[in-house]
Write a protein that binds this ligand. Structure first.
Ligand SMILES: NC(=O)c1ccc[n+]([C@@H]2O[C@H](COP(=O)([O-])OP(=O)(O)OC[C@H]3O[C@@H](n4cnc5c(N)ncnc54)[C@H](O)[C@@H]3O)[C@@H](O)[C@H]2O)c1
Length: 246
């Protein structure tokens, strides 16, 4: 895989899975635009330390005007947007009884609207150049229903799966592919806080008997945005240690 000369946007790339996606794309030659609402100094420091190319933009992905301004800035600086990875997302805890309407709406705003906004703002330039790669990070929860999160989370990821398929159908003839990656049980800041009991329960439930790594998710994304994946669109690639095989 090589992405020299390509410009890639990765949302939610300040930490966790998004950070590794941004790093791996840059390691393979892409210029990465790291988008996050949070502090991006660590990822930018890592890119600079490895002499890789990229920049950070602080954007709340639920603000469509801010997304449009960011896309214009990227196009002005780089001339094209070749790869979009919609990774930013939030989780809500609880049940239908305990989750508030405000929590539901916020999960939908970030996970569904935020993904749609970046697609809407970037796709016109991909259509003009007759090429593009979009990968949306969903979750196993889109398929199983929520395992531990509140119902808004799985519902939002289900919506993103359907958006992925709809855009894949509508954009294929422009040379644009749209796919999803559905992770489960990936080692991140959140799982680092789990009790030993919870961790061993999760590990035991996985056929591979270990947690996944953010780099293993990043590798799946890199394949889907590569030239080699030109005939793959509308697909959701599981990265889940065999927990769900479908
Ligand atoms: N970690 C897992 O095991 C797992 C499992 C299934 C799916 N996923 C999915 O993988 C992706 C990454 O997960 P993670 O564990 O690295 O998450 P994370 O919470 O560590 O990182 C999410 C990033 O998104 C950013 N973000 C949140 N709201 C934003 C907003 N409004 N605007 C801009 N940025 C915003 C956060 O600041 C953060 O940097 C998510 O889409 C998540 O749903 C993760």
């Amino acid at each position: 895989m090589q992405f020299h000369g390509k410009t890639a946007i990765v949302t939610g790339a300040a930490r966790g899975i998004g950070r590794e996606i941004a790093l791996m794309l840059a390691e393979h030659g892409a210029y990465v635009v790291v988008v996050d609402i949070g502090d991006t100094s660590e990822i930018i420091g890592k890119l600079q330390a490895k002499k890789l190319q990229g920049m950070a933009l602080r954007v709340d992905i639920t603000d469509y005007l801010a997304v449009e301004v960011a896309v214009r800035e990227i196009l002005d600086r780089r001339g094209s947007i070749d790869i979009l990875v919609n990774n930013a997302s939030i989780v809500a805890r609880g049940t239908i009884l305990t989750m508030s309407v405000e929590q539901w709406n916020r999960v939908m705003e970030v996970n569904v609207n935020g993904t749609y906004y970046w697609c809407k703002a970037t796709i016109p330039s991909m259509i003009s150049q007759k090429s593009g790669r979009i990968v949306n990070i969903t979750s196993i929860a889109a398929k199983t229903g929520d395992l531990t999160a509140a119902p808004a989370y799985g519902t939002s990821k289900g919506a993103v799966t359907t958006l992925t398929r709809s855009l894949a159908r509508q954009l294929a003839h422009y040379g644009i592919t749209v796919n999803a990656v559905a992770p489960h049980a990936i080692e991140t800041d959140m799982s680092a806080e789990w009790s030993e009991e919870k961790r061993s329960g999760v590990v035991e439930s996985l056929p591979v008997k270990r947690m996944g790594t953010p780099r293993e998710v990043a590798a799946a994304v890199c394949y889907l945005v590569s030239k080699d994946a030109a005939f793959v669109t509308g697909e959701t690639l599981n990265v889940n240690g065999g927990y769900l095989m479908d």
